[in-house]
Design a protein around this ligand. Structure first.
Ligand code: ZN
Length: 241
């Protein structure tokens, strides 16, 4: 999962959906645990209690005091200033300990892209192509990433970079060649579907399955309003934009 963004209600809906299916061995997260949403301590605490493996996103770095905040738009910056004031020392230390990148087996976990783990958005064929080439050099066959808040899969087919939409192909094979796989965002989806997005890797069957989980969006919006978070961040949750 990726881009949970301090949305504990959405994260718990995903965990309930996982509980209802085949048990998973591990939870992996791809950064932006905090920022935008109303419950950064709750989300960090939940991931810590699950022993989740994960990496640092640009919002996580900013929450720990990093200069990344200077690149944020005004709403994101306001929410980040609130996040910095709000998080506990425990959460700050947990976020600060997240690595920029983590490799396990055939998978490299990053927030943005293998070439630029914190910032790069994989949204075009040329960017995907450069990163697919880099994955081989970095020893991971598949790059798991987030940051765009849009589920996506990029791979090389017949020598060309190909995009396949998880909306139209929710279950895809993990091929021998490298792939860039984005589960979408748990806490602030931007693909027009407001439900929490996540994906399940089955390394035995060599498949990835993209899933969605509905959650109580008005409850999160009420918590954001009570916290004084920016209006646009509150309204966009219902639109999934
Ligand atoms: Zn994000």
């Amino acid at each position: 999962m990726s881009d949970i963004h301090a949305n504990l209600v959405a994260l718990d809906a995903v965990l309930r959906a996982l509980d209802a299916g085949e048990p998973v061995d591990e939870i992996w997260h791809l950064g932006d645990v905090v920022g935008y949403g109303p419950d950064p301590d709750g989300v960090a605490g939940r991931l810590a209690s699950l022993g989740a493996r994960g990496v640092r996103g640009n919002h996580d770095a900013a929450a720990c005091g990093g200069p990344e905040i200077d690149w944020f738009n005004p709403d994101a910056r306001r929410a980040m200033e609130w996040t910095r004031r709000t998080i506990s020392d425990t959460t700050r230390s947990w976020l600060a300990a997240l690595p920029e990148q983590s490799t396990t087996g055939d998978f490299t976990l990053v927030h943005g892209s293998p070439l630029d783990p914190t910032w790069e958005y994989v949204t075009s064929g040329p960017v995907a192509s450069a990163n697919l080439a880099a994955l081989g050099a970095q020893g991971g066959r598949h790059g798991l990433h987030g940051h765009t808040h849009v589920p996506a899969a990029w791979r090389v087919k017949d020598g060309r970079v190909a995009f396949s939409s998880p909306v139209h192909h929710p279950v895809q094979a993990l091929d021998d060649g490298p792939a860039l796989l984005n589960p979408g965002s748990v806490g602030q989806p931007r693909d027009g579907d407001p439900r929490a997005a996540f994906a399940i890797l089955d390394t035995g069957a060599a498949t990835i399955e993209w899933r969605r989980a509905a959650y109580d969006i008005p409850a999160v919006q009420a918590a954001m309003t009570a916290a004084g978070l920016p209006r646009w961040l509150i309204t966009r949750l219902a639109a999934g934009q």
